[in-house]
Design a protein around this ligand. Structure first.
Ligand SMILES: Cc1cc2nc3c(=O)[nH]c(=O)nc-3n(C[C@H](O)[C@H](O)[C@H](O)COP(=O)(O)O)c2cc1C
Ligand code: SF4
Ligand code: SF4
Length: 316
């Protein structure tokens, strides 16, 4: 039985293009407003995270900044009131890469934030790659922030175990990425945070340059739609459901109703947040006839514990 990734690859007419990753860069929005301050005091970190990786990096960044005596607010982006954004000196946005791109619920949210003219902005993504288009996904966030007057000062991408369910969790990425994040990943987060702060103090910006690769053509495919077609079952097993409401909280589009065992397939973004986080294995998803199981079950079955950074021992 094909894995989902194979399905995508095979169904892409331009699949051959994947063999020739010609990389070019395209720059946009190279001039920005003047920075509000070279000495940020108030920082806002907003993240979107379905399975905890992006949240872990956001939390580490908060710990590092708090050590430097900055005032830091850190929260899930859906819980933030957009009106508070202009109150900060520095805004950092973190998201996973989903389907070679920024998750659409995050981009839609950023499209409607108020003006943040002159505020330093940085973005980071967590990804399961290596081929996952992480550079462009983080640039896309910066571009949306710059459209609102934000001044780009940093971007980065941190790799970890992918959370994308396949029937046996046996894609090459899942196997090769199983020890990430590690100490080097956390060092990269520390470097990103420190370098970005230094750049602000020097009044420097970064340009938003997209990498144009043949692989980029994949983004033009309706990947979410294609996956939803391959997911032939998506419902809730009432006999297993403990009515905890986790899937409802995790669903970005309110597509799942576990109490009536229904999923609105039109609203669903195929993000797997419900499947990955259900503590009772009650979310039923079948991919081309094969039952999927979630990320935390995958960790349990393979005895994988995700490493936490040192800072978490002392930073509340
Ligand atoms: C629906 C879905 C799509 C994904 N698509 C990609 C992708 O295109 N490229 C990639 O590198 N990783 C991809 N991943 C892996 C995630 O980006 C990665 O595991 C991320 O760190 C998850 O972050 P979180 O734990 O904060 O939710 C995908 C994961 C899911 C669940
Ligand atoms: S119902 Fe769809 S959109 Fe909602 S969490 Fe599940 S997979 Fe994601
Ligand atoms: S997360 Fe699982 S157990 Fe909890 S309400 Fe949803 S389906 Fe039921």
């Amino acid at each position: 039985m094909d894995t989902r990734r194979n399905f995508i690859k095979k169904s892409a007419i331009i699949g051959a293009a994947l063999c020739f990753p010609v990389a070019l860069t395209r720059e946009c929005l190279a001039t920005y407003p003047v920075l509000k301050t070279g000495e940020p005091k108030k920082v806002l970190i907003l993240w979107y995270s379905q399975t905890g990786h992006t949240r872990r990096y956001a939390r580490l960044i908060r710990c590092i900044l708090k050590e430097k005596n900055l005032t830091v607010d850190e929260r899930e982006f859906q819980e933030a009131d957009k009106k508070i954004l202009p109150d900060y000196d520095f805004i950092i946005i973190g998201t996973p890469v989903f389907y070679y791109d920024t998750p659409s619920n995050v981009s839609d949210w950023l499209e409607t934030i108020p003006s943040i003219k002159g505020i330093a902005v940085a973005s980071f993504v967590s990804f399961g790659g290596p081929e996952g288009n992480q550079h462009n996904a983080s640039c896309h966030i910066l571009k949306l922030l710059a459209k609102k007057g934000g001044v780009p000062v940093g971007r980065d991408a941190f790799r970890n175990i992918p959370t994308y369910p396949t029937p046996r969790w046996d894609s090459d990425n899942q196997i090769s990425g199983q020890h990430l994040p590690n100490a080097a990943t956390f060092d990269q987060v520390r470097r990103f945070t420190n370098d970005t702060l230094e750049r602000i103090s020097r009044g420097e910006t970064i340009s938003i340059s997209y990498e144009i690769e043949m692989r980029e053509i994949l983004r033009a495919l309706p990947l979410v739609w294609m996956n939803k077609k391959a997911i032939n079952k998506h419902t809730v097993d009432a006999t297993k459901c403990i009515r905890c409401g986790t899937c409802v909280r995790k669903c970005p589009t309110k597509a799942i109703n576990p109490f009536q065992q229904v999923v609105d397939r039109n609203k669903c973004l195929a993000c797997f947040g419900c499947l990955n986080n259900c503590p009772a294995g009650a979310v039923v998803m079948e991919y081309s006839g094969e039952r999927l199981y979630g990320f935390f079950e995958y960790l349990k079955r393979n005895n994988i514990t995700i490493m936490e950074p040192e800072e978490f021992k002392t930073c509340s």
